[in-house]
Design a protein around this ligand. Structure first.
Ligand SMILES: Cc1cc2nc3c(=O)[nH]c(=O)nc-3n(C[C@H](O)[C@H](O)[C@H](O)COP(=O)(O)OP(=O)(O)OC[C@H]3O[C@@H](n4cnc5c(N)ncnc54)[C@H](O)[C@@H]3O)c2cc1C
Length: 461
């Protein structure tokens, strides 16, 4: 490579895979230097047990979507599979790197350590690393006094609109010429309609449908259909295809045209929880491994590989749990009630430590967001056996839950509602009449859940 090094600035994309309302891009543009968009599929994360192929595919789809939009500016994202410092070492052979712009990442311990190492690398190589605020999560906050006020101010502040005026991007041709020096990532993915497709375009399609359904449900009194409560925006928010501020401001705008604002207010509170959980994690990152409650740190639970395997595969013998797990494994999504239920069942009915659930769930949730994952896992693991039991017994009686169970466990489709809900209640005669053998057509329960009914976990603090 040449010795006459051209000076550039790099936008290191992480969980902010969007062009609009991206502070890192705005600040990089202000620097007036040539810009290179970079995404690194980092080996430390590819090999990390919290991640799985579905996440990498979502990211690849997101980058393809970015590239589609960047094409008109004759640039694209340089997407590489490697380690971040190896990439910078190689880029430094060709360019004089002036500054790197990224967002402040609230991630796993492994990314925290990588950031510390990268900071040292930048210092040693005279590179200026500018980390930008992400979704109103504040770094260095010692307590959460006034946090909400600060967050709301951030949310109401004007967005960083993507503009290319007077911006000099590294051209597609220049980026292609870099290819021989890097392990360029193939961004093609196999078509898989069971997962939500990554990318800002797809994210806004979901948002448009969600807001339209809210309006129809609320404004049309004669509409007997239940409104669509869940937006399915979580993967787009978690991977940064859409900023929280964009979605917040859109919801506020939608509210202006809506008489009954209750549903949108509830949606806005859930949007706030997203940041609240991440802020908490930013301030207390040890919760990745340690229980937040000291009493739980002392609680010893024996790991059962057999129980964990059955739970992961949806073969526990409890239909609502098994159907939820099969749905999650196949689609990457569960609503919050079912997420809570599978965790509570794991922790209370199977009496397993929450730490043993973390990898499977994070790998399966397409929207895996460390800041939400660990705290929610710990909260739900603490809910009582009684709640787990009544969820399985009573809530499964709802029509929607019965339909859900049959969809994911078609082997139960010909049974009466009572047995779809609790097949283990079938006597030998019931089994003969239904031509259904428990233990063969569907697993026998792996634990005696009813034994626990009415008991609360007793933990000495
Ligand atoms: C054990 C467990 C693990 C979870 N792990 C994740 C995770 O890794 N990533 C993730 O985004 N959400 C997680 N959640 C929160 C919640 O279940 C999902 O955000 C929600 O189900 C996503 O569906 P939606 O986009 O349709 O949400 P909507 O109900 O439409 O809400 C809009 C947005 O608000 C945020 N939100 C909603 N509910 C919550 C909540 N309870 N806590 C924090 N933010 C919320 C999400 O960004 C969501 O997209 C977890 C919940 C539990 C119980």
């Amino acid at each position: 490579m040449t010795n006459n090094k051209e000076e550039i600035n790099i936008i290191w994309l992480k969980r902010d895979l969007r062009l609009n309302d991206n502070e890192a891009i705005t600040n990089a543009r202000k620097s007036k230097k040539k810009i290179l968009f970079l995404y690194v599929f980092e080996k430390i994360l590819i090999n990390n047990p919290h991640y799985s192929e579905r996440h990498w595919n979502f990211i690849k789809e997101s980058i393809r979507d970015l590239n589609k939009n960047l094409h008109k500016y004759n640039t694209k994202v340089l997407a590489i599979t490697s380690d971040i410092t190896a990439v910078f070492n190689q880029l430094s052979n060709k360019y004089k790197i002036n500054s790197v712009f990224s967002h402040q990442e609230t991630g796993l311990l492994v990314t925290y350590n990588r950031d510390k190492e990268f900071k040292r690398y930048c210092r040693n190589n005279e590179i200026n690393w500018v980390e930008n605020t992400n979704n109103g999560v504040l770094r260095g906050l010692l307590n959460d006094d006034n946090w909400l006020e600060k967050w709301e101010n951030y949310m109401l502040f004007p967005q960083h609109f993507f503009s290319t005026k007077d911006t000099n991007f590294t051209t597609i041709h220049e980026i292609d010429k870099l290819s021989p020096y890097f392990n360029i990532t193939n961004l093609e993915t196999k078509e898989n309609k069971t997962f939500q497709k990554g990318g800002t375009t797809s994210g806004w399609n979901y948002a448009d449908i969600f807001f339209k359904l809210q309006q129809t449900a609320i404004n049309n009194i004669s509409n007997t259909k239940a409104p669509q409560h869940f937006s399915r925006l979580s993967p787009y928010i978690s991977w940064g295809n859409i900023s929280i501020r964009e979605i917040f401001q859109r919801a506020i705008k939608e509210k202006e045209n809506t008489e009954d604002k209750r549903l949108l207010n509830l949606f806005l509170s859930r949007i706030r929880w997203q940041a609240e959980f991440i802020q908490q994690f930013e301030m207390e990152s040890t919760m990745e491994n340690a229980s937040i409650e000291k009493g739980y740190q002392k609680l010893k639970k024996n790991i059962s590989d057999e129980y964990i395997k059955a739970w992961k595969e949806g073969k526990t013998g409890f239909p609502i749990i098994d159907a939820s797990m099969k749905c999650l494994n196949k689609t990457g999504y569960l609503n919050v009630r079912k997420r809570s239920m599978v965790v509570s069942f794991f922790s209370n009915a199977l009496w397993q430590p929450w730490q043993a659930a973390t990898h499977h769930l994070s790998q399966m949730f397409l929207d895996f967001e460390p800041g939400i994952h660990f705290s929610q896992l710990q909260i739900q693991a603490k809910t009582s056996k009684q709640i787990t039991y009544s969820t399985i017994k009573n809530n499964a009686g709802h029509d929607a839950d019965i339909r859900f169970i049959i969809k994911w466990l078609p082997e139960l489709a010909n049974l009466s509602v009572r047995f779809v809900q609790e097949p283990y209640l079938m006597t030998s005669l019931d089994q003969q009449l239904n031509k259904f053998i428990l233990g063969k057509d569907y697993p026998l329960p792996i634990v005696e859940l009813r034994k626990y009914h009415g008991t609360q976990i007793k933990i000495t603090f």
